[in-house]
Design a protein around this ligand. Structure first.
Ligand code: HEC
Length: 101
């Protein structure tokens, strides 16, 4: 009996740990690519078009794009964390789309 309940609690812990990972991923999903597109239009378009930004993003390996943009944009006009996440969401998804075509 004891062994069985230990087994069940192990599975319970596994489920718990999976569930604790998902909310973190979901929290990042509150970034919104549409807001990102609007931000780029209002804050970056004096110097860049979103089309011209995509090659700059493409130049970085896929797994490093978000990290690069996060570090770069923090000191390049987007100090706000959520606005930066929106812009990164937009630029990385547009870059992925551009590469698929
Ligand atoms: C006043 C002009 C100006 C504005 C506004 C501006 N940028 Fe830039 N941006 C530049 C210049 C100049 C460079 C190239 C030199 C450099 O890397 O800093 C650049 C480079 C970049 C790069 C390429 C970096 C690299 O090393 O590959 C990205 C990505 C970028 N900008 C994104 C943005 C975004 C997103 C915004 C709006 C939030 C923005 N920029 C607003 C002038 C601007």
């Amino acid at each position: 009996m004891k062994k069985k309940s230990f087994g069940v609690s192990l599975i319970g812990m596994l489920i718990l740990s999976i569930e604790t990972i998902q909310p973190a991923a979901a929290a990042e999903d509150t970034s919104d690519p549409e807001r990102g597109a609007n931000l780029i239009e209002s804050r970056c378009s004096d110097c860049h078009t979103s089309e011209s930004l995509i090659p700059a993003v493409q130049a970085h390996p896929e797994t490093e794009r978000a990290e690069f943009l996060d570090a770069f944009l923090k000191t390049h006009y987007v100090p706000d964390d959520l606005q930066r996440a929106d812009i990164i969401q937009y630029l990385t998804s547009e870059t992925a789309k551009a590469l698929d075509q």
